[in-house]
Design a binder for this molecule. Structure first.
Ligand code: 13P
Ligand code: SF4
Length: 352
């Protein structure tokens, strides 16, 4: 486990904590060695106690390490799932275990709640690839073309855009727009994946995820060869086009998890951030996970000691300037409205 925040004393593993956390350890015993548990369990116990005391909820992204994902999170999911959960919670405090833009999205949807990200420096190379001024420039260069922003952007960027999307709903969002041409920013690989699934003309930006851009089609083909084709390859749409081309399934982080859990392939390669395989492996023992490990250094800034510190101090709090928030919220809410409409149509279809 990473070192404690300054002035935080390591917590002691007592007989009482051992008993209190025994059933929690059962959930992670295949991915966390027993000798590590005494260092982890005291944090798990204290975080779960403080959560109740402070009326806080922990929303954790699928890239959190198993010690966070399986032991202290109240809800886990992809960016879309976490945004939806943020609209549903009654808790006064939201601890967003993920990166800064995810916490900002939760704040946009809950302006009156305390929203905390345990490490303010947990950024994202996609969010950093574009500014509000860039979007204004694009707007001028392409008058009348709707701008869809991936949710992996700052509130300032969202404020300049018409609607958000995530990897879980990108195609539906694009199809919901009337225009035949759509600007889809900032991830060029996500945009090229969308372009293959729509008749609309997709314009984009040169942003990339520093984690997914490192995978190559050559590497994926080599895995297929190594296992004589007896391997299922599932990839995130932030990967380069040759990786997407070589994959059996492409989807959001939750889409990938559901695929592995439902299809139960004998052997699977999850082409995404490392912790995903660990988190699913803890629940699914009959699938062999092959792990080409690319870590997201930003996601990995979130640790149990930092979550504990956040609960103790109720910080660092994420804030968004009200005028920016009002405009950015519209883009996020427009996305959630398309999702609700789709869910309503599906429900009607089932009834009919
Ligand atoms: P998901 O919305 O699929 O969870 O993706 C978020 C992300 O940052 C992937 O790198
Ligand atoms: Fe951003 Fe990539 Fe990390 Fe996701 S994995 S948070 S897109 S840098």
């Amino acid at each position: 486990m990473t070192k404690q925040p300054q002035n935080q004393q390591p917590l002691k593993y007592t007989v009482q904590i051992e008993a209190e956390t025994a059933s929690i350890y059962e959930k992670v015993k295949t991915v966390i060695p027993q000798f590590e548990w005494p260092a982890i369990a005291p944090y798990v116990a204290e975080i779960n106690r403080l959560k109740k005391e402070k009326n806080a909820v922990i929303l954790a992204h699928n890239y959190m390490t198993p010690d966070i994902f399986h032991t202290v999170a109240d809800y886990v999911g992809d960016s879309l799932g976490l945004a939806r959960k943020a609209t549903e919670t009654d808790a006064e405090v939201i601890i967003q275990c993920g990166v800064h833009f995810m916490a900002e999205t939760a704040k946009l949807l809950n302006p009156n709640k305390t929203v905390i990200v345990p490490d303010m420096d947990a950024g994202c190379s996609l969010a950093e690839s574009i500014t509000a001024a860039d979007v204004r420039m694009l707007r001028q260069a392409h008058p009348g073309v709707p701008i869809v922003t991936y949710v992996n952007t700052s509130a300032e960027v969202k404020a300049e855009c018409d609607i958000c999307c995530t990897s879980g709903n990108a195609v539906e969002i694009i199809e919901s727009l009337e225009s035949d041409t759509v600007l889809c920013i900032p991830d060029q690989f996500l945009a090229s994946w969308i372009a293959k699934q729509t008749k609309k003309k997709i314009l984009t930006w040169q942003g990339r995820c520093e984690v997914h851009e490192r995978f190559t089609g050559k590497e994926i083909k080599a895995y297929r060869k190594r296992f004589n084709g007896d391997i299922t390859i599932i990839a995130h749409p932030e990967c380069p086009p040759d990786v997407i081309e070589a994959a059996d399934f492409v989807g959001s982080t939750s889409g990938m998890i559901n695929y592995a859990k439902e299809k139960r392939p004998k052997r699977v390669l999850m082409v995404t951030e490392c912790s995903m395989s660990d988190n699913v492996a803890a629940e699914v023992q009959d699938v062999e996970f092959i792990r080409p490990c690319n870590l997201c250094p930003h996601m990995k800034r979130i640790t149990l000691p930092k979550i504990l510190e956040s609960l103790r101090t109720l910080g660092p709090e994420v804030t968004v300037e009200p005028e920016v928030a009002a405009r950015a919220r519209k883009a996020v809410e427009a996305m959630l409205a398309v999702d609700e409409e789709k869910a309503r149509k599906l429900a009607n279809k089932r009834v009919a």
